[in-house]
Every structure is written in C-alpha cells, then in structure tokens.
Design a binder for this molecule. Structure first.
Ligand code: GUN
Length: 293
C-alpha cells in the first residue's frame, strides 16, 4: 500500500506556484491576491480559512480575510461580494461554506463574478468545466486529479466509483474523472444515498472516491484488493484522548481499507491539503488572466 501524501504533494505544487509567482512579479506582473469571506465562526471553517490564508503567504500571494458575524443578512453578504467583484486589486475570492441557514448559498455562488470565482462554484465555471472549456475547477476535485497525476496512477479505462453527489465534490468529480485527459478517462459510476446495493459497485471499482460526510463509512470489506481509495471526508468526531476533544475522521475506515488498497489518502494529511493547493493554482491563473483572457 502506498500512502497518497497530501502534505508532500501539496508542498510540491505550492513550490512550483511560488516560483511562478516570483517570475511573474519580477517581470512586472501584479502579486496575486486572494480574498476569503467567512460568515460566523464555525470551528471547521475557521481551520480551513486559516489554512488558505497561510498558504497565500507561503506562495507569495496577498490575502484578505473578511470576517462577518453569523447574524449577517443575505443582503449584507451580497453587498460585500459586489464590493469584492469590483475591487480590481482582488484577483479571486471565496465565500467559505457552509453559510448560516438564512443565507441562500446558490444566490451567493451566482453573485460572485465567474472571472473571480476561484472556487469554481459558479454555474458558468461548472458548465465550462463540464464542456471541457477553460474554467476554474472546484478545488477539491481539482486537487484529487493532481494527486492522481503526481503519483502517476493509471486511470485510463478504469472503473471509478464516486460516493456522494454534492455540488462541490461528488458531481464535478464524476464529470472530471470521465474526461478524456491524462488523469481521467475512467468509466464512472456516481453513487449516492439512494443507490441500491452500493457494495456491488464499490467492490467492482478500481478507484473509489468517497465524499459523503459519514465518518468511517467505507470499510475494507466494501473494496476490492488493489483498489485506489480517495477519502474526501473530514468530520470532527469526539475523542477524549485529544486535547481539543475531537479528532478528524475521514469517510473511509483507514485501517481496514489500507489493508486492501494499492493507494490510499490519509485523513488528515490527504485531500484537504490538495484542495488548498488547488485554490492557490486557481488564484494564480486568475492573476494571470489565464482562464477568461
Ligand atoms: N467548504 C468546504 N469546502 C469548501 C471549498 O472548497 N470552498 C468553500 N468556499 N467552502 C468550502
């Protein structure tokens, strides 16, 4: 079994970005600038946003973190988005999800200009990605494809089973894995909560991508010998042995899956770090106007 090391791989991706930024700036280009809006103070979101801001400084980007209280109205948030859309110094920005229930996520996503939507959540970017046109690709699916590429995992003609159909991971992931490209070219099955006999699919899969948000859902019994397991889950589960009182648990039961898998991502230290590295990639592309010209 080979561990798909997100720490090492994301550091490699970020080192390339850092070099690229230095070159770009030395030739008179503008330092890339990523902004993030965080509404409320959800513990997990705080952690992710802090990691995004830290990565910006590692690769030589400017960053802005806009904190808004959890009582922020939808109108106030949309006004902030409008401000960032118009701010020429900001190359790309994200609104960290989930948002408080009184705010319509779809409205938020569609208000961000596609040209600044480095999360790749806007329908224009999702549509362009699906059609194989230049687009910001949603950071988690993009990070997973980079991980597969970096480890030179053969994907062509393989059967990839995606578990979970969320807008930000499962759905775009299933589209990307079926593309005619070097990290994809798979036969893809998108499974979800209504899938009957899920095990029949997972046991037949060469690559299983689990993005369900259910801790330790995928067990070794559900996969075949030699499968590649990509674990997108990051749930905080209570753990008295930790100072924080919780630990981060993936959607795969690591121990039993690792016994059968050829490759597996750990949690933490796997996909999550690749997500952040991909966001940096998208932001650099935004600063260089590579997607929208
Ligand atoms: N919440 C969980 N993942 C993501 C992500 O990739 N981007 C944003 N904006 N929010 C998230």
């Amino acid at each position: 079994m080979i561990l798909l090391d997100g720490k090492k791989t994301s550091a490699e991706v970020k080192a390339v970005i850092k070099k690229d930024v230095e070159e770009f700036v030395s030739k008179g280009g503008k330092k890339p600038h990523l902004a993030a809006i965080l509404v409320g103070s959800d513990g997990a979101s705080e952690t992710y946003v802090a990691s995004k801001v830290r990565s910006c400084s590692e690769v030589g980007f400017d960053s802005t973190l806009e904190r808004m209280p959890s009582q922020t109205t939808e109108e106030e948030l949309l006004a902030k988005i409008d401000e960032f859309n118009k701010n020429a110094d900001i190359d790309g920005f994200i609104v960290q999800l989930p948002l408080p229930n009184h705010i319509d996520e779809q409205k938020v996503t569609t208000t961000i200009f596609p040209e600044k939507d480095v999360d790749g959540f806007h329908p224009v970017n999702v549509g362009r990605m699906a059609l194989g046109q230049p687009a910001y690709i949603s950071a988690t699916p993009y990070g997973i494809t980079q991980m597969l590429e970096q480890y030179k995992i053969e994907t062509s003609g393989k059967h990839c089973v995606v578990i979970g159909r969320s807008n930000i991971v499962g759905s775009p992931m299933s589209i990307l894995m079926a593309k005619n490209s070097k990290y994809a070219n798979c036969t893809v099955t998108l499974t979800h909560s209504r899938t009957k006999n899920l095990e029949e699919f997972t046991k037949a899969a060469d690559i299983v991508i689990v993005a369900l948000g259910k801790p330790a859902f995928l067990t070794g019994e559900m996969i075949k010998e030699g499968a590649v397991v990509i674990d997108v889950g990051i749930t905080r589960v209570p753990d008295d042995s930790k100072k924080s009182g919780f630990r981060i648990q993936g959607d795969a039961d690591f121990k039993s899956c690792a016994e059968k898998a050829s490759y597996i991502t750990p949690v933490p230290g796997g996909v999550g770090l690749m997500t952040v590295a991909s966001l940096m990639k998208n932001t650099l592309a935004a600063a260089k106007n590579e997607i929208y010209g």
